[in-house]
Design a protein around this ligand. Structure first.
Ligand code: SF4
Length: 320
């Protein structure tokens, strides 16, 4: 089983949704409902697409340039955004994510699965244009932010989207910070981007989990400095659309509280997923939410379909 901060949030909002996403979804095999859960798991809103586009441009274009202590011309950024949006929108519109023979790896940069298209079969050009403008505003804000001084400093090494994995009680704790800045003579700095206008939740818990993960993965520092104290790691949440940043510094009691949160959350997940075999699960054990979450839930079609026979071992019938 894998644990991450996003899986923990999903679990606490709706256990049933976590079941669809983490236990039922499977691309391979002959159970059509498990295949469908896998496809539905891939869907994201156009707002989450906006965030992914921003992440892509920062990781693939900006970070390599910042590491060379250079800035790309803005028209290069604009061209990359236009090209990406065009090919990904085409992929999503043709619903190629539903092609059973095509893997995400093969689809590469083209891969995109949009909820709005899956549900309504349309997305007007005005909505697309707004998303594009917001992506460009986010990137413009970053380029004029006070973070740039750190990015372009001569002794800084930037690493984007690095996987930081460690284990607690045999469970893989998975983290992928948007950006880690390593300094020659100082502890690292972790930055998390947010590309939305209306979110109110702060990133303290998320960044706290990342700092514990970074301290656990000691071998990641390109300057080979020992780093085993998460309270020394500096943390910044940067709101790309608002050009606003919030800094966090953890105390030892924050670290203990976050470790306790991880432990409590994964214990609850382990309790519900103690069966290793999908065919032994009882869906009724996974509580449904009572919040408005259902309206935007990727799995609502599966959830409402009471005819689905969960946990039917089709291989049994195939070999009969
Ligand atoms: S439709 Fe609602 S109850 Fe069902 S999985 Fe989604 S969020 Fe949970």
């Amino acid at each position: 089983m894998n644990w991450s901060i996003s899986k923990a949030k999903l679990f606490s909002k709706c256990q049933r949704r976590w079941f669809y996403s983490e236990i039922m979804a499977s691309k391979y095999g002959k159970d059509i409902h498990r295949n469908e859960a896998y496809i539905l798991k891939q869907l994201g809103s156009i707002h989450s697409w906006r965030g992914k586009l921003v992440d892509y441009v920062i990781e693939r274009l900006l970070v390599p340039k910042f590491n060379e202590k250079m800035l790309p011309p803005f028209n290069e950024i604009e061209s990359l955004v236009s090209e990406l949006m065009e090919k990904q929108f085409k992929f999503a519109k043709e619903k190629k994510y539903r092609d059973p023979k095509l893997t995400k790896k093969e689809a590469g940069d083209n891969y995109c699965a949009l909820r709005e298209i899956e549900w309504a079969d349309e997305l007007d050009s005005e909505s697309l244009n707004i998303i594009k403008q917001q992506v460009l505003v986010s990137l413009k804000n970053l380029l004029k932010s006070k973070l740039m001084k750190k990015f372009l400093a001569p002794d800084t090494i930037l690493v984007a989207q690095k996987s930081l994995n460690f284990k607690i009680k045999g469970v893989n704790i998975i983290s992928r910070p948007d950006l880690i800045l390593y300094f020659k003579d100082k502890p690292p700095l972790i930055i998390d981007w947010k590309a939305y206008y209306h979110g109110t939740e702060n990133a303290r818990m998320q960044l706290g989990v990342y700092s514990i993960a970074l301290a656990e993965c000691v071998a990641t520092d390109p300057y080979l400095k020992p780093m085993d104290d998460p309270t020394e790691i500096r943390l910044i949440e940067y709101q790309l659309l608002k050009n606003f940043q919030r800094e966090y510094k953890l105390s030892m009691s924050d670290v203990d509280e976050i470790k306790q949160y991880i432990n409590d959350s994964l214990q609850k997940m382990l309790k519900l997923s103690e069966h290793n075999n999908y065919h032994e699960f009882d869906i009724k054990q996974f509580e449904k939410t009572i919040t408005p979450e259902c309206k935007y839930c990727n799995f609502k079609t599966l959830c409402r379909n009471e005819k689905i026979k969960y946990q039917v071992n089709l291989t049994k019938f195939l070999t009969d």
